[in-house]
Design a protein around this ligand. Structure first.
Ligand code: C5P
Ligand code: C5P
Ligand code: ZN
Length: 485
């Protein structure tokens, strides 16, 4: 395996400790509760843990939460189970867990930036404690996979799900949009298990399943101005290139195109993006490593690992994460059928939001150091995460983080999603830290990663909270500049 900056051996030792602890509880026939996060990474992690526990004959249940807070901690603490396994959540809220879960068996398998230290009662595994980057080197599902492999080599067939989760978390930040760091073990195991292969190709959303013009229009990472979300314009773009969109009345997908046709599309898209003033690396990100899950049926969204991640995300974001967990645990019948409907719904919701953004330029406000997207009560809080991801590469000045929020009136809170870009995190900027500090000032909870973070804050503090973020971003950027960042 190629070298990575983290200390792999001690990290894996800690993973083994978690696996041994799980084994002890399974042998004692204790009820195990897996609690995970609602996005693609969290759902994959839950699927991996669920499958490994089922294979051991354990008694367990799986629950998906939209975020971690005091209420979730109280629920977990009140449950009558002997072991709780938190995946893809928990590390950012150790103070809450130390308080509410004291004396109870708890395993935290998470890659969010840790805040404080876990008490000795818990097994807390986090890659950052071993020198890995928490947003790039391994995901929550990658950690669940490594634990599953430590439980039994039989679980190596679950490595693909670790890849799906890492791609859902956009960890493909290495050369040719590949996964690196400790993720390399997960990728190698997925290939070794005979269930995955990688190719370098155009990265469009829906390469396996959608007519080419739709796949291009669905591509929002990177955001292609005038084409992302605009099927008609995408169709027009491809027709002008002379690409045959149908053969014998059947739409062609990206997988059906010849190398020459794909080269032509890439070259025209690069010219187009440059003409829109975007840097050449934006165009380059359209080309990269495609992770193909070879055991999945062609023409289904499960075959391309990035599309699989989108499918899982859409189950969570449309309020049906159980479908995603079932798919990860092997269901290819009714749950997949339902999830496909959720995917359509999610895509429509994203298109609708893109239209709103175009129609309401006033919703995006440029402040001194940040952009604020006022989703208000119009944008569903479950969509605000996708909105902030899309906006980040679509604002005039990418050096200003995007802070998008939606209001949840019945709970009296704001759901905030914050994003920044690699250029700033590589200099040491950390939006997760900004969100944590600002949220805590206003009786809320916040945190995440250096590049992507979130918070929940009482809605009455909206303006003061946004002002605090703006000021903190300024302080942090000034400090980094002073230190030569
Ligand atoms: O909770 P978790 O770590 O799994 O989620 C990270 C979230 O941040 C994902 O929803 C992912 O899509 C998002 N992200 C992003 N931009 C990045 C990296 C991550 O929007 N560059
Ligand atoms: O919800 P969203 O996708 O914007 O979250 C971005 C990242 O911030 C995710 O990794 C999420 O788990 C994390 N987050 C957090 N604490 C919160 C809200 C979000 O750690 N209160
Ligand atoms: Zn994650």
């Amino acid at each position: 395996m190629a070298a990575s900056k983290g200390q792999l051996r001690p990290f894996l030792n800690e993973i083994h400790k978690a696996a041994n602890y799980i084994m002890e509880h399974v042998e004692k026939r204790h009820l195990i509760s897996v609690v995970s996060h609602m996005d693609a990474d969290g759902i994959s992690a839950a699927g991996i843990m669920g499958t490994s526990l089922a294979r051991m004959g354990a008694t367990f249940r799986v629950r998906i939460e939209r975020w971690f807070d005091n209420k979730v901690a109280e629920t977990i603490a009140s449950e009558k189970n002997a072991l709780t396994i938190l995946t893809d959540m928990g590390s950012g809220y150790l103070d809450i867990l130390n308080d509410k879960m004291k004396g109870k068996p708890l395993i935290i398998l998470d890659h969010h930036q840790p805040n404080g230290e876990a008490i000795k009662d818990f097994v807390h595994v986090n890659p950052q404690l071993f020198g890995f980057n928490s947003s790039r080197d391994i995901s929550g599902s990658g950690m669940a996979y490594l634990t599953a492999k430590a439980l039994s080599e039989e679980n190596m067939d679950l490595a693909c799900l670790g890849v799906v989760g890492a791609l859902g978390d956009m960890q493909d930040k290495n050369k040719e949009r590949s996964l690196g760091g400790a993720n390399q073990i997960v990728v190698e195991d997925a290939v070794k298990s005979g269930k995955m292969e990688t190719v370098i190709d155009l990265i469009f959303f829906g390469r396996e399943t959608r007519p080419i013009h739709k796949a291009l229009a669905y591509t929002t990472t990177p955001f292609i101005p005038g084409i992302s979300g605009e099927e008609d314009k995408s169709l027009d773009f491809l027709m002008r290139l002379g690409i045959k969109l149908k053969i014998n009345e059947k739409w062609r997908a990206l997988r059906d195109l010849s190398q020459e046709e794909k080269r032509q599309i890439f070259s025209s898209l690069s010219d187009y993006l440059l003409s829109k003033g975007l840097k050449s690396d934006v165009a380059m990100s359209l080309l990269g490593t495609v992770y193909i899950l070879t055991n999945e049926e062609p023409w289904t969204p499960l075959r391309d690992a990035r599309e699989f991640a989108l499918l899982l995300n859409s189950t969570g974001r449309t309020g049906k994460p159980g479908l995603g967990v079932a798919i990860c645990m092997g269901d290819r019948g009714r749950c997949l059928e339902e999830a496909n409907k959720a995917l359509d719904k999610y895509r429509q919701a994203i298109s609708e939001i893109l239209r709103w953004i175009d129609d309401h330029p006033d919703w995006l406000e440029e402040r001194k150091n940040i952009y604020v997207f006022h989703g208000g009560e119009t944008v569903d809080e479950k969509m605000i995460s996708a909105v902030s991801t899309i906006l980040m590469t679509n604002v005039p000045n990418m050096n200003k983080p995007v802070i998008a929020y939606a209001v949840i009136p019945e709970e009296g809170i704001l759901k905030i999603s914050a994003r920044t870009v690699d250029e700033l995190t590589f200099k040491g900027f950390n939006i997760g830290e900004v969100m944590r500090v600002s949220a805590e000032k206003f009786n809320g909870t916040g945190g995440g990663h250096d590049i992507a973070a979130g918070a929940q804050v009482p809605m009455k503090f909206r303006e003061e909270f946004l002002k605090t973020i703006d000021d903190l971003v300024e302080d942090n950027i000034k400090r980094l500049a002073k230190n030569g960042g």
